[in-house]
Design a protein around this ligand. Structure first.
Ligand code: PMP
Length: 372
């Protein structure tokens, strides 16, 4: 730390992203990326944009904003215009804008105790107090505990790191029970089986829905996310955006975004494969005696009753497989495993089987045989 850092940041604990090793080829199941390449149309548009790289990108991101609004209006059969959306540098950026715009000393942030680890960092960064509501013992959100929250709510749906989703009806209940609070619904993982709340932005002025192109659209490296909400909320978010970084979307990403939206069939097919691979992985994990939450995301949150979570993370890494382990006490026995290609998941399961055997742990199948 230099002697010039201002006092308000001396205690700031930054967010720690998942590992992105550059030295060794891992089977990377640690940061919920897509195992599939970006769509050909996105690639073609981005390549064309290379010819105009000497110019600044459009600060209003007009073409992409219009095509995204049209895409969402079609997808959810609703009235939605360019004024209802804001594009950002990953969904992390719109989340940060929301903390800046809609939280302060008098309006704390409110979120579950187990959720996306960036929320408390955004709060600290912006000098915003926050309250954490514990998930129930099965790691579920109880919507009743979110009524009259007394601040701006941040709900990842499906939740990180559990993958458990609330229904649109349950989120609507939370919105109704918070008429004077904004409810931010972070739908980073919604495309893998969740129910989007975008149709609710027509009905309520206190909901902001956030999505990303990082997961289902294979564009984590391009950094593209968006918020959808009432025109008024989008005006506020644009005030923050134009006061921090008006050129927040670079020209290549903007072009790739237009391309990928024209290739929805490809995105849908990839999501279908992830859901299928998730099902395969769950069945195999059950056979090996693992316990896991009911995920509608592109990851599984799992633990084994006879295998320490931190040790499993280390042992898998030694075997060339990266998963995500969190040290927070309540979830220290768990690992979060991204769903990759079928081949990656087969290697993952074979490796687990080998590790369990070496550690002398018994799978469910063997236990059942012993009992019969
Ligand atoms: N929300 C949640 C719940 C996430 O897990 C992530 C990914 N780490 C993000 C938002 C941010 O994703 P991105 O900035 O890549 O859009």
């Amino acid at each position: 730390m230099s002697r010039f850092l201002t006092e308000r940041f001396t205690e700031l604990e930054p967010y720690v992203p998942g590992e992105q090793p550059q030295n060794r080829q891992y089977i990377k199941l640690n940061t919920n990326e897509s195992p599939f390449p970006v769509s050909d149309k996105a690639r073609a548009e981005a390549t064309r944009a290379l010819d105009r790289l000497e110019l600044y990108p459009d600060p209003d991101c007009k073409t992409l904003t219009r095509s995204l609004a049209g895409f969402l209006a079609d997808k959810y059969s609703m009235d939605l215009t360019a004024e209802n959306v804001i594009l950002t540098n990953g969904s992390d950026e719109v989340l940060n804008f929301a903390f800046m715009a809609f939280c302060d000393g008098n309006t704390p942030a409110v979120f579950p105790d187990i959720t996306y680890g960036f929320y408390p960092v955004f709060a600290d960064m912006n000098g915003v107090p926050y309250r954490e509501i514990p998930l129930d013992p099965e790691f579920r959100i109880n919507p009743e505990e979110y009524a009259k929250a007394g601040g701006t709510l941040f709900i990842a749906n499906p939740n990180a790191h559990t993958g458990i989703a609330l229904s649109r009806e349950e989120i609507e209940g939370i919105i109704r029970s918070n008429p004077d609070n904004l409810v931010v619904v972070d739908e980073a993982y919604v495309d893998f089986g969740g129910e989007s709340c975008i149709p609710l932005i027509d009905k309520y002025d206190n909901i902001l829905v956030i999505q990303t192109f990082s997961k289902s659209r294979s564009m984590a490296g391009a950094r593209l996310g968006f918020g959808a909400a009432s025109r008024e909320l989008i005006v506020d978010l644009n005030t923050i955006r134009n006061s921090t970084n008006p050129y927040n979307i670079n020209a290549l990403t903007m072009a790739a975004g237009v391309g990928v939206l024209e290739d929805e069939e490809y995105t849908r097919e990839n999501c279908r494969k992830i859901i299928e691979n998730r099902k395969y992985t769950e069945e195999e994990l059950r056979r090996l005696g693992f316990e896991f939450t009911d995920s509608t995301a592109n990851f599984i949150f799992m633990k084994h009753p006879e295998y320490d979570g931190g040790r499993l993370y280390e042992d898998l890494k030694r075997e060339g497989i990266l998963v995500r382990h969190f040290t927070k006490e309540r979830i220290a026995q768990y690992n979060r495993v991204t769903i990759g290609s079928r081949r990656q998941m087969e290697v993952f399961i074979d490796t687990l089987e080998k590790l369990l055997e070496e550690a002398g742990c018994k799978g469910e199948k063997e236990r059942t045989n012993e009992n019969s």
